[in-house]
Design a protein around this ligand. Sequence first.
Ligand code: LLP
Length: 432
Amino acid sequence: MFVSKNLSVNGENHLVIGKNDAVSLAKEFGTPLYVLDEDLVRENCRTYKTAMDKYYGGRGLVLYANKALCTLFTCRIAAEEGLGLDVVSGGELYTAIKADFPMEKICFHGNNKTADELEMAVENNVGHIIVDNIYELERLNSIAAKHGKVQKIMFRIKPGVDAHTHSFVQTGQIDSKFGVALENGEAFEIIERAVSMENVKVTGVHCHIGSQIFDIDPFLKAAEVMMDFIGDLKDKLCLEIDELNLGGGYGIRYTESDDPIEYDEYIRHVSEVVKAMSEKRGVKLPFIYMEPGRSIVASAGVTLYTVGGVKDIKNVRKYISVDGGMCDNPRYIMYESEYTAVVANNASAEPCETVTIAGKCCESGDILLKDIKMPEIRVGDTLAVLATGAYNYSMSSNYNRIPRPAMVAVSDGAAKVVVKRETYEDLIRNDL
Ligand code: LLP
């Protein structure tokens, strides 16, 4: 009935998540409130891990892409479930360190890592650094030399694959700020340079074609192109590549019309392509990495709001205002992303009118859901926006000096705060 499979309705007609009544959660912890279903996050981790074992003989590692939702809590879950981690900044790496994440299972990404960030990664023995460009390569080589280390690296490659998704989150084509391209020989040249260096060791190549992709073909095409490139590196440079990192990007269901593929199916199909290409090109079967972010946490999240006002502008639009908005979920204002909402205290009511759910920020574009069919919504209702686990908290801001909501993890009827609600005092902490 709901876009996320972990939701249901109880006898009081309230929305239930992780066996917790959403209305009670809102009462106990206040709103806005990020709720994360820990059991579903763990289940998603296991789905990926099991598929990797089943279809690729365990010769691979699933990395949780931390940018989707980076907290100590989620880092710990990923570690406990045997996943690795994709980090993209010193801050994400710091969080992983504080969560005691095994450093050798971390890949450090980013198109412009600073010298300080590279230093931090090398000092802390991060498993792989995914090198984006020649400047970074030179910088990293000298930092590793200073520390007397040889840093394992992979290269971020643009495979030239067109992923069918929002242009803001497409990254596989040549016109992208990320990585080096195959078409113009840039990728080949940078690897040739790297193999001559003493303090980096090229172990793998990486690509990430985009995010929220439903179509499996671009993923298969990317795997094929990358395996071909591995073949070329062997033929022309006598370089054996041990590892292939295929990034993340698997789509999730935000609305009824979204139709994602089962995640283990991605792994099955991609494994077949990699195996076939390894035979075709006469290269050894690489150890593979995948980096799902959104598909691990998005569906496990729900954001609860309290409705504060209803503005019915006759023949124009009906606005429902809630106590959060673009500061806790900027995805509508950035990408016009679509979501599904439920009146948590009247969860099985049928839709009867078209409304727009607006946030409380001083910005006309501060919308959470535009022109959606909803049941009647009243002031005081608890509104639940579904599938907000990814790229909500991690992209939140203090715009208008609005404190970030708390995050509560629910599991089998229990609920605990995993991120405290920010206070006004937090907001001025760095002001002098
Ligand atoms: N690996 C790399 C190198 C990435 O850049 C990303 C996402 C991922 C993995 C994880 O992709 P996922 O499985 O989560 O799609 N803020 C945007 C999404 C940006 C994605 C950035 N990179 C949004 O809210 O839709």
